[in-house]
Design a protein around this ligand. Structure first.
Ligand SMILES: *[C@@H]1O[C@H](CO)[C@@H](O)[C@H](O)[C@H]1NC(C)=O
Ligand SMILES: *[C@@H]1O[C@H](CO)[C@@H](O)[C@H](O)[C@H]1NC(C)=O
Ligand SMILES: *[C@@H]1O[C@H](CO)[C@@H](O)[C@H](O)[C@H]1NC(C)=O
Ligand SMILES: *[C@@H]1O[C@H](CO)[C@@H](O)[C@H](O)[C@H]1NC(C)=O
Ligand SMILES: *[C@@H]1O[C@H](CO)[C@@H](O)[C@H](O)[C@H]1NC(C)=O
Ligand SMILES: *[C@@H]1O[C@H](CO)[C@@H](O)[C@H](O)[C@H]1NC(C)=O
Ligand SMILES: *[C@@H]1O[C@H](CO)[C@@H](O)[C@H](O)[C@H]1NC(C)=O
Ligand SMILES: *[C@@H]1O[C@H](CO)[C@@H](O)[C@H](O)[C@H]1NC(C)=O
Ligand SMILES: *[C@@H]1O[C@H](CO)[C@@H](O)[C@H](O)[C@H]1NC(C)=O
Ligand SMILES: *[C@@H]1O[C@H](CO)[C@@H](O)[C@H](O)[C@H]1NC(C)=O
Length: 807
């Protein structure tokens, strides 16, 4: 019986390869009714006329009965399938089941900062040649503007939906990337929202909601049937941030992570993505965590994402993760069949790759994989496809078409995002903004002066257009462009013409920095300096320049530009522009000439160059290690000097803060089930009688503190201010963070006026810490709430008493 079946599939395979090899046209016609997307006239699965044209009667298939719940329909669909049919749906390229009228579906599309054609589910051609390409995520994050993050998600999903209608894109997007930038060398910093787990999680929740949410359905009772505009996916789960550093590759890297770091840093953004963003997908990563490949770890997938966080959606592997597990990691000496059994059991629903498709049937036959797990995974997958309207259509979006891609408003939002993100790092003597009345001739030099592709980074699509820096500046002055040096800057041959240009111009803009040849997926940095002769080039141009010199840095990670920062340098102003997207040059020029007053803040610490000599990239820990001489990582644990600290950023105006709080102390009376928890202190002098209580034991949901911030613009220009709120723990607790972000808000304030707004923050979330044993605890004693860089603060006292009396 089994042999006959095998022979049968084998014959089908032969027959199909023969067709594809000899009669390509025949195959594509044959494929056509069944292919999504590819420019067909596909509407949605449960379209009665489609069934009729396939010679099928839709009434025979309960999964097309829209009066039933998605869950019942998905199960019905799965129950119609043979094992062979089921396993063919478990790869990103799902084969479909012609006899059920189920078409093919390609799950893999990407939309990290605009619809991208990286995944095979999406492509550009004459019908849709391009989509809006926003700044890369690290720059958009620097805006610290939650509504911008959401807004970009909304525009991207509108373009995605329009492209889907035209058969050019899928409905399931494997974006955003939300790994924390633990180390400044990480090559994928550009894709991520920076080094702070709370900000990363907040970005994730907003971007996911922007992509997924349909107005009015944000708070559905049954989240498993909540309609989605498109499906979004948070990746790469987890502790993934070594790409290729000195030969250590992500495929084989085993991240050794303490539970403390896991909960505090690596899991938090994903938890927020799932719980607050209600993401419908999580992607596991290539690496192992403490020996176990993430995609094969039931504790991480089934227990944490599915169980603890209650994911409404599916879990997908990174592309070829299972193959990596077998071939590169040789995990448990698994055979292909062992590996797919392991990952299915762990809770991996969909394989980006061919392993599930090729090996699951045999794995079941060999008694390894359980068919029940396959059914469960397929059900999750089809529920998501139902939620995005693949089965029943989606009235709301059917009218979207060509005019909804790369339109004026979308392009303007890309420019706006870049303006909001750009960070002013230095502005001696108020050199900026330049005045177009005074500056007639502008030298624009440097490797990125005519940047185009470099501005859109990776995971991009084809942009609507590019506005390079020279294009942008040409709108304000006569531009004399000389490249001076390319990014690698291996020799000095082109420097002289750039110096000549600087010598005769009213001002000089040097657009320098790095690009994907230095920091990228599969490419971590080894140092934090500008490549080759770039520093020398910048100094030479600056020293000879007639007018003021403005340095613009394009990069994702921090660059040690101490030489330009110091005030003995001729460089009067410095801007960081990330990778600013298709409109980047316009945004930079708008900022330099004061059409827009910058308000962005650095989402990562800019360490000094020596930092990377002090610790290997492969050490995962965030806290300093005195024994090994490792400094800490991120502003939360690194106390050394920096080129520019996390959260840094200037404005053309000045702001003053004042704070009103009415919450100086909170007291908890403990009952006999609430125990004091011991913490470790530097000395006993710091130790209060009741050091802490587990947050699980406290009525945390009921305790918030409120305060009001007034931001006054005391300068003469309208401006944008990012107010970042931190908490500092009581003194003396061993291993506590220095401070941590608990809230932020970007506000626009007219010159001479002020705005007031309230923060309402959860006490436990804001003041808790994860102790050495990975417990979440609320420490007693004097916490401090700090607004801005120590601009304003107030103390917040936490105390506990028992039924017997005060401690
Ligand atoms: C799609 O529909 C259009 C207009 O109804 C028709 O001209 C075209 O041939 C159809 N294309 C396919 C692939 O069926
Ligand atoms: C389709 O199936 C339904 C229910 O089985 C039946 O009532 C109907 O007559 C069928 N229609 C056609 C065209 O065969
Ligand atoms: C934040 O983003 C929104 C949406 O894009 C924008 O309208 C608003 O002006 C921005 N706020 C500030 C203060 O920049
Ligand atoms: C998955 O989690 C569920 C409940 O959270 C549990 O009942 C089940 O045993 C877990 N399965 C595996 C394979 O760990
Ligand atoms: C999976 O199966 C396809 C079709 O039989 C074959 O071309 C491919 O090489 C297989 N891949 C692996 C990794 O076994
Ligand atoms: C600012 O300008 C004053 C007066 O022109 C000059 O003395 C001073 O050195 C300048 N400072 C910087 C940091 O450029
Ligand atoms: C700027 O770059 C674009 C795209 O690479 C190129 O077409 C154009 O010629 C360049 N402009 C100058 C002035 O070199
Ligand atoms: C110097 O660099 C430029 C630009 O990269 C390159 O075209 C040229 O060949 C190099 N010259 C020498 C002598 O290496
Ligand atoms: C140069 O910078 C140092 C340190 O930031 C500062 O103390 C000094 O006043 C500055 N000098 C001038 C001329 O601005
Ligand atoms: C910074 O941390 C190191 C290592 O924990 C410690 O030895 C040092 O005293 C700290 N320095 C400051 C200024 O707090």
């Amino acid at each position: 019986m089994a042999n006959t079946f095998l022979l049968f599939t084998y014959l089908i395979f032969i027959a199909f390869s023969a067709i594809s090899a000899t009669a390509g046209n025949a195959l594509s016609t044959l494929d056509h009714d069944n292919a999504i997307p590819s420019g067909s006239n596909f509407t949605f699965v449960c379209d009665r006329s489609r069934y009729t044209s396939l010679g099928l009667n839709m009434s025979n298939f309960a999964f097309c009965d829209s009066s039933l719940s998605y869950d019942v329909r998905a199960k019905d669909l799965v129950n119609h399938m043979t094992l062979h049919e089921k396993v063919k749906q478990l790869g990103d390229n799902a084969y479909g089941v012609p006899r059920l009228g189920l078409p093919k579906y390609e799950w893999w599309s990407e939309a990290l900062h605009g619809v991208s054609d990286i995944g095979p589910g999406t492509f550009f051609d004459d019908l849709v040649p391009a989509a809006t390409s926003f700044p890369t995520v690290i720059l958009t994050t620097a805006s610290f503007n939650e509504s911008l993050w959401r807004n970009i998600g909304q525009v991207v999903s509108t373009e995605a939906r329009a492209m889907y209608n035209l058969g050019r894109a899928g409905l399931t997007y494997w974006s955003p990337t939300i790994n924390v930038v633990r180390d400044p060398r990480w090559g994928r910093t550009t894709e991520t929202p920076g080094e702070d787990p709370f900000i990363v999680g907040t970005y994730a929740a907003n971007y996911v909601r922007g992509l997924q949410d349909i107005e009015g359905t944000e708070n559905y009772e049954d989240l498993n049937s909540r309609p989605l505009k498109v499906s979004s996916c948070c990746k790469h789960f987890t502790a993934y941030d070594v790409d290729d550093w000195k030969g250590v590759e992500r495929y084989t890297f085993d991240a050794r992570v303490t539970e403390q770091d896991m909960i505090e840093t690596f899991l938090l953004p994903f938890e927020m993505c799932v719980k607050e963003g209600d993401a419908s997908c999580v992607m596991c990563s290539y690496n192992r965590v403490n020996g176990i490949p993430t995609c094969a770890d039931p504790k991480l997938l089934n227990q944490t994402i599915r169980g603890d966080w209650n994911l409404h959606g599916y879990i997908v592997s990174d592309c070829d993760s299972i193959e990596v597990m077998v071939d590169d990691q040789e995990f448990l000496s698994d055979t292909n069949e062992d590996a797919v059994a392991q990952t299915l059991k762990a809770g991996l629903d969909l394989d980006c790759g061919i392993y599930y498709t090729n090996f699951t049937q045999n794995s079941v036959r060999q008694g390894k994989a359980r068919e029940e797990y396959i059914d469960r995974s397929l059900t999750y997958l089809y529920v998501v496809l139902m939620r995005v309207g693949f089965f029943d259509g989606s009235n709301k979006f059917e009218s979207l078409g060509k005019d909804d891609v790369c339109n004026k408003e979308h392009i303007e939002l890309a420019a706006q995002a870049a303006r909001e993100g750009i960070v002013l790092l230095k502005n001696d003597n108020e050199t900026l903004p330049l005045s177009s009345d005074k500056i007639k001739k502008l030298a624009v030099v440097g490797p990125h002066a005519n940047a185009t592709e470099a501005m859109i980074g990776n995971y991009a699509g084809v942009p609507c257009r590019f506005i390079s820096p020279i294009d942008g500046f040409s709108r304000y002055a006569n531009v004399d462009y000389k490249i001076g040096c390319d990014v690698a800057c291996k020799n000095e041959s082109l420097i002289f013409p750039a110096m000549k240009a600087a010598k005769s111009a009213d001002a000089t803009i040097i657009v320098a920095g790095i690009d994907l040849s230095i920091e990228a997926e599969s490419l971590d940095r080894e140092d934090l300096l500008l490549p080759g002769y770039q520093t020398q080039f910048i100094n030479q141009v600056a020293s000879i320049s007639k007018g003021p010199v403005i340095l613009v840095i394009m990069s994702a990670g921090g660059v040690d530009i101490s030489f330009a920062k110091s005030n003995i340098s001729n460089i009067k102003a410095i801007l960081w522009a990330g990778y600013p997207g298709e409109e980047g040059g316009l945004a930079i020029a708008d900022v330099v000439f004061g059409k827009y007053n910058p308000g962005g803040r650095l989402p990562v610490t800019w360490y000094e160059a020596e930092y990377v000599d002090q610790l290997p990239m492969t050490s995962m820990q965030l806290r300093p290690d005195d024994r090994l001489g490792y400094p800490g990582r991120t502003y939360k644990f690194f106390n050394g000097s920096t080129v520019y600290p996390f959260g840094y950023g200037l404005s053309y105006t000045k702001f003053k803060y004042s704070l009103t709080s009415s919450f100086p102390s909170v007291h908890f009376k403990l009952n006999r089930f609430q125990h004091c928890y011991q913490l470790r202190y530097e000395t006993d002098a710091f130790r209060p009688p009741c050091p802490a209580v587990l947050t699980d034991h406290l009525p945390c949901d009921d305790h918030h503190f409120n305060f009001e911030v007034e931001v006054k613009n005391v300068g003469s220009r309208d401006g944008n201010e990012v107010v970042i709120v931190y908490s500092k723990p009581p003194e003396g607790i061993v291993g506590a963070y220095i401070k941590q972000v608990i809230g932020f808000k970007r506000v626009f304030v007219l010159a001479g006026s002020s705005v007031k707004f309230k923060f309402r923050l959860n006490l436990c979330k804001s003041l808790h810490l994860i102790d050495y044993n990975a417990y979440s605890v609320l420490p007693s004693g004097g916490h401090t709430i700090v607004v801005g860089d120590d601009i304003a603060s107030f103390p917040l006292q936490i105390s506990f008493s028992s039924v017997e009396g005060y401690y």
